[in-house]
Design a protein around this ligand. Structure first.
Ligand code: F6P
Length: 328
């Protein structure tokens, strides 16, 4: 056991994700279990710069495991990109006698943590929290499963109205540069086509595929488009192109947007967040720092933070094949 760590700081950074609260709860309670104090840092790295810090105890995190968002607030902090900003952050760390940092966020947040760690030789550990699931070293990030279910629920509803009006819907989902949300929800919701950044099918092939389905008797269809797809056109331009070339279809667009980041976390995300939080604190206690916790084949594992940042999360190509076969 590392007796030098007496106080851990915890923050949530980047885009919020359902399950972040469960992770915060897990960190605070595991710290208490090992007789370590926990300090909450608000608004991500901005809270470190502004000294926006509050001591927590196991009761401070009552009744949050079921809540979406993050009670710690989150931000993308530009000031932390500069050496001056990070120096201020380090002064806050020293002033508050924080011995190690748990960062719950995505790869941008981890990059900040890595730089901070190397500049000040300060122990950090990352917990992957983002709906995009775009982080190397874990099969699932916190919030991804909930977002999938939110999207499926939304597309099911869109399908009802699409069928009633014989319409073709283009549904844009989040994911930044990754197609995980689009690919999985597209299959789960029975989409006609799925456009993801990892596989550029091009507009011509999309048109051919939709025309084939129309000829085969489909009177309504759903196309799921990842926000980062590589057709070079946005969802409205794609819809316009198809509408022009398929005059029999009435076309509509639905951009699901930030509703995908909200809502009560699924059971999967709550359990994942809890397991990751326990592992994060236990790693610090065991003197293993500068890692990211992750999930692999139902085991919680550690990946060096620099590997997690540099590595590329990839889509499951078999899902592309499955989607092609089933959208007949
Ligand atoms: O990284 C999570 C995410 O929701 C992405 O899917 C999306 O591209 C981005 O954040 C949106 O960021 P913001 O909340 O700053 O608009």
């Amino acid at each position: 056991m590392n007796n030098l760590i007496k106080r851990i700081g915890v923050l949530t950074s980047g885009g919020d994700a359902p399950g972040m609260n469960a992770a915060v709860r897990g960190v605070v309670r595991t710290a208490a279990y090992y007789k370590i104090e926990a300090a909450a840092i608000f608004k991500g790295y901005q809270g470190l710069i502004d000294n926006d810090i509050k001591m927590m105890n196991p009761r401070s995190v009552n009744n949050i495991i079921n809540k979406g968002g993050t009670i710690l607030k989150s931000a993308r902090c530009l000031e932390f990109h500069s050496p001056e900003g990070r120096k201020k952050a380090y002064e806050t760390i020293v002033k508050n006698e924080i011995d190690a940092l748990v960062v719950i966020g995505g790869d941008g947040s981890f990059t900040g943590a890595m730089i901070f760690q190397s500049e000040f030789d300060f122990p950090v550990i990352g917990i992957p929290g983002t709906i995009d699931n775009d982080i190397f070293g874990t099969s699932h990030t916190i919030g991804y499963d909930t977002a999938l279910n939110t999207v499926i629920d939304a597309i099911d509803k869109i399908r009802d109205t699409a069928i009633s009006h014989n319409r073709l819907f283009f549904v844009e989902v989040m994911g930044r540069d990754a197609g995980h949300i689009a690919l999985n929800t597209g299959i789960g919701a029975g989409a006609e086509e799925i456009l993801i950044p990892e596989e550029n099918m091009g507009l011509k092939r999309l048109l051919e595929s939709l025309s084939r389905s129309e000829k085969s008797g489909k009177s309504s269809s759903i196309v799921v488009i990842a926000e980062g797809d590589k057709t070079g056109k946005n969802v409205f331009q794609i819809a316009e192109y198809i509408e022009k070339n398929m005059p029999n279809y009435e076309v509509r667009v639905s951009v699901l947007g930030h509703m995908q980041r909200g809502g009560r976390p699924s059971c999967f995300d709550r359990v994942l967040a809890s397991r990751m939080a326990v592992k994060a604190v236990e790693s610090l206690v065991g003197d293993k720092t500068n890692f990211m916790v992750g999930l692999k084949e139902d085991e919680i594992i550690l990946t060096p933070l620099d590997k997690a940042i540099k590595g590329k999360s990839s889509i499951n190509k078999d899902l592309v094949r499955v989607s092609d076969i089933l959208s007949l």
